[in-house]
Design a binder for this molecule. Sequence first.
Ligand code: HEM
Length: 546
Amino acid sequence: MGVLFQVLIFAILSSFLYIIWRILFSCWISPAGVYLKLKKNGFGGPTPNFPLGNHKEIKNISRAAAAAAAASSSSSSSSYITTFSSSETSKISNDIHSSVFPYFSQWQKSHGKTRDLLLLNLLSLRKVFIYWLGTEPFLYIADPEFLRKMSSGVMGKSWGKPQVFKQDREPMFGNGLVMVEGDEWVRHRHVITPAFSPANLKAMSSLMVESTTKMLDKWAALINSGSQEIDVEREITATAGEIIAKTSFGISYENGRKVFEKLRAMQITLFKSNRYVGVPFSKLMCPGKTLEAKKLGKEIDAILLTIVRARKSSNDRCVQKDLLGLLLQENGVDGRLGKMLTTRELVDECKTFFFGGHETTALALSWTLLLLARHPEWQNHLREEIRGVTGDKEIDFTKLAGLKKMGWVMNEVLRLYSPAPNVQRQAREDIQVDDLIIPNGTNMWIDVVAMHHDPKLWGDDVNEFKPERFKDDLYGGCKHKMGFLPFGFGGRMCIGRNLTMMEYKIVLTLVLTRFSFSISPSYSHSPAIVLSLRPSNGLPLIVTPL
Ligand code: HEM
């Protein structure tokens, strides 16, 4: 008995010590090792505190920036958060980096430059430094040349996604393509890519026309009943949700709306709460929100699981030409045995398409309507182009490529108000950049907004809406090819970009042929990051039938 008791105590003690060691290793020793190696390379950055890292500073700087913006909006006319009389729309500033990422903007000025790196002459000043989310060090990158050197030798499958975000966003993306890594990523990408081919996308265009026309009929009815002001962001997001539900898994609007509402609630729960990403045990600090997100995640999984199972067991599993039907078809291709996506993986991919696909596209369209409301001459250019391309006929998928000016407008909007404001990576091997080594395990935060608003890359007119900069140049005249990254870079670039382009052109064509827009006096310009870059107070526009 005595011996047994001693063995038991020993086992409990060893397990306890092992758990402490694992916690110390993953929360402190491993990140600190990466940090020291990075530091040895000469990178600077704000001083972290244990266990919050730079969270406190992030909050303080954000709070001060918001207060300054609010004060200047009440006292003066030029600010980021401003309401407008109809003659004041020129006051909307597209210079958004210091308002959406005030801490990065401040740290770029104070920490980006280090003596060693200047000696190495590797970095253009102030664009690469280290900051901490909790106990996780992040290499901040807003220098396209550094990014090019760093990413040139790394294949898509060798990149990781920061572990800390994977856990945080698990209820949304699960193990879908956005998060999966290594050979698994290759397998998923291989099965999914054909679904997004132009031939397959073509079949989805009529669904887009149908949903958009329904939305526009509703607008016409609203205007007829006397209300000319429409929150176009809310409307377009709902329509894009309907479109992605139908194009992803062909579900009825009712079911699509349920998934959509739950996803939306989950996003708010996850990203609007006071969060401490990277802080050990931070989820325990707001258990209610964590449980709520998990519960919503499970409910969404249950709806999608029912859909996937029903489709798998039905005879016409591959007949429906939506993304799920196409994935089931790819799964059935000979020789794919062992490579097929499981039911669980299909559910995660459906979630990924639904979440990654509708909001980004809806935001691209919403920011476009804001900028077109501000630049009515571009509304006219586009209407003229649409007339030239489609004549009086219904919009036709094969003609979309002819809408060149609309393509410039889309690029310029994605540059100024990039719906995906950053790209993340985690090194899964040591990466050499000239004489520097970025160690295995390094988290990276690539600040797309900073690069898209950098006057050194775009010139002094960087914050002006000038779609014509994309007329003769795919990169809009940017001085570096990696300075324009609306869809990310390398092998992990967005898989849905052709779908988005098609949806963007179809929706915008239909909208512009029926209505014109101006900015509502109740609009307040306050772009903010809630995972995506959103107008935080909605986007009310005055909509007038043509
Ligand atoms: C304006 C619209 C969109 C924008 C701005 C956008 C942006 C992005 C960005 C920045 C990435 C990360 C790329 C990287 O890590 O290098 C990405 C990845 C991805 N996007 Fe999109 N996206 C859009 C639309 C869509 C749509 C419509 C879908 C699907 C229906 C989609 C599905 C995905 C998926 C699955 C990935 C992960 C790709 C991988 O890691 O292999 N996106 N997107």
